[in-house]
Design a protein around this ligand. Sequence first.
Ligand code: SAM
Length: 291
Amino acid sequence: MKEEERPAVEKGMLYLCATPIGNLGDMTERCVEILKNVDVIAAEDTRNSIRLLNHFDIHTPMTAYHEYNRYDKAEALVEKLREGASVACITDAGTPGISDPGEVLVKKCIEAGIPVTSVPGACAAVSALILSGLSTRRFRFEGFLPTEKKERKEALSDLQNETCTLIFYEAPHRLKRTLSDLCEAFGDRRVSVVRELTKKHEEVLRMTLREAVLYYEKEEPRGEFVLVLEGRSREARQEEERAAWERMSVLEHVQYYEAQGLSRKDAMKAAAKDRNVTRREIYSELLPEKD
Ligand code: SAM
């Protein structure tokens, strides 16, 4: 290709290039052109990416940029960009920066005032969400849950009241444990277990958490998984709150708000609202205390 025919790749620009998550047909034309024309490709796994690059006849030099060298390598790449090189970042699959080392490089570039642009394409979280059948209006991406017990427990308890749809990534060898931890933390909510997106054995199991736990007692998890979990329903949340208030006496309920700094009048007002009764009823319940 003659120099003047080369598509514009800007000097000193970082390109975040999404690559397929299984089906090579999902590689975009623009991504191929950018990867062919940048000065260097920073790849999470060069051995993996060489197959992709060969398939698309891309012969740009690659350099390894992965979890274990992400800080030092990001500095080195920022230096290259500063000198005017154009760099494309690709990760093992999907969109760089989503549960992979891309994020660090982006932050370093922004700090250094280096322009960054995206070359969009596949992302497992988004495909799983739209196939789940669960609400797509509000969602929260959690990526991989921590594996360490205490951190994991904290992460799950932090999510318990979340009303958005929740999205998790999981490796096959941890799937059973994660399903049973989710079931313990969230009860029997609806979940979509999305497997092998865009590949031959793509599968979406729409069931409840308990059913998913039972299913994978018999099936060995194989392939790549995304779990899409229904958020907590507002009704369930209100019902539990109401039950908690009802376990308290009226006096305890009012004192609870007073302890948070409310005047008695405002505390009574808040308790009346929680218990769905009038202020007069709260007042008369407290009369013996007055006497
Ligand atoms: N950056 C990627 C993206 O845009 O989706 C995600 C990288 S993360 C290291 C890898 C995880 O993504 C896998 O463990 C799995 O949870 C999910 N994943 C990737 N490809 C998938 C596929 N084809 N089907 C289902 N899940 C997939």
